[in-house]
Design a protein around this ligand. Structure first.
Ligand SMILES: C[S@@+](CC[C@H](N)C(=O)[O-])C[C@H]1O[C@@H](n2cnc3c(N)ncnc32)[C@H](O)[C@@H]1O
Length: 325
């Protein structure tokens, strides 16, 4: 089976910093906190309550969730930036947590004008610490997204945050995010059927508010997926010793499923079609499940195709045919 690629490796300096901090923390409390975080994540309650609030929760989040959210956000950004094609000179990360998204975005966009907004002081302090060790000069502000945003940036990023808001808070939060994005808005959420349903509503909200969909969709037509199916992608994160210890896990990696939407104010170049499932590779032929401008289709790519090599290397989330720039 082909491995799911990630856009960026989880930075070693961040991994080392988290390990250092964990060495001085109480392991039992860290384990309990990691278990609570996983339970909350699986419950998808989105009731607007505080998630990782105390210092140990923030550290547990950085150890067990941050590598996976970093992998997912970096892949979502990579796919979005390919279709955006413009320049990003400032980034705003809303619900920045311990800095997974901002570090990925700052590195992919090679941008130093970066601001993070975060409600929880313990997440913010750890995020600051992590950004510093990763060489990302972010300005951190302790604020609540639901109080409104006056900030503007070329790229506004909001990853794994909207799913923590209540239904009522979400729509006003979306308006704030739309207004803050001067060029590109990227929203990343868990790759579950529940989050995808909400992502479809988000997509419609963005279209109703004059934005153009950049990725992952190839068009602005209604989503062609049948009920019960959901569009999601996978990013692989390597597990550290600490991660395995806290999660009682043996496998050296985890595959993070995520869904995302990217939208722009001006023009963009959406893909012709996107691969929705892991390609099926058989002798001399590859079967791709695609979402294209005219809906869903299955494409058989044989050795005669000029795209055979690209199809062999492809993965879910990739554009097909690949873009030539
Ligand atoms: C699951 S974490 C995600 C952190 C980071 N974006 C990532 O991808 O790893 C969600 C973060 O959003 C923050 N958050 C939730 N609701 C918020 C709000 N209303 N205003 C600001 N931050 C909020 C939480 O405190 C938490 O740090």
């Amino acid at each position: 089976m082909k491995e799911s690629g990630t856009a960026l490796e989880f930075p070693e300096e961040i991994r080392n910093r988290i390990n250092e901090l964990a060495e001085n923390a109480d392991l039992k409390s860290l384990k309990e906190s990691a278990a609570r975080l996983s339970e909350n994540y699986r419950a998808e309650s989105s009731d607007g309550k505080r998630g990782a609030a105390n210092e140990i929760d923030a550290l547990a989040y950085s150890a067990v969730r941050m590598p996976a959210t970093f992998a997912a956000v970096s892949k979502a950004l990579e796919l979005s930036l390919t279709c955006f094609g413009g320049e990003i000179n400032s980034i705003l990360d809303v619900g920045a947590g311990t800095g997974a998204g901002i570090v990925a975005a700052a590195r992919l966009c090679d941008c130093k004008n970066v601001t993070c907004i975060e409600r929880e002081i313990n997440m913010l302090e750890l995020g600051k610490n992590i950004c510093k060790c990763a060489g990302v000069p972010a300005a951190w502000e302790q604020r609540d997204l639901t109080d409104g945003l006056t900030d503007k940036a070329d790229l506004t990023l909001c990853s794994y945050c909207l799913n923590e808001l209540s239904e009522k808070q979400r729509e006003s939060a979306l308006s704030e995010l739309v207004n803050s994005a001067k060029k590109l808005l990227v929203i990343v959420e868990p790759g579950t059927p529940f989050s995808f349903e909400r992502m479809k509503q988000t997509r419609q909200f963005l279209l109703n508010n004059g934005l153009k969909i950049t990725a992952p969709c190839p068009s602005e037509n209604a989503c062609p997926l049948p009920e019960g199916d959901w569009c999601h992608f996978t990013a692989r994160a390597q597990r550290t010793k600490l991660h395995k210890l806290l999660k009682n896990a043996d496998v050296p990696y985890e595959d993070e499923k995520f869904c995302f939407i990217a939208a722009v104010r001006k023009d963009c170049e959406p893909c012709q079609a996107r691969i929705l499932r892991r390609p099926i590779i058989e002798s001399g032929r590859i079967t791709l499940s695609l979402c294209g401008e005219n809906g869903l289709k299955t494409e058989l790519v044989t050795k005669k195709s000029p795209f055979y090599k690209a199809a062999r290397k492809s993965d879910s989330g990739d554009e097909f045919p690949p873009r030539t720039r």
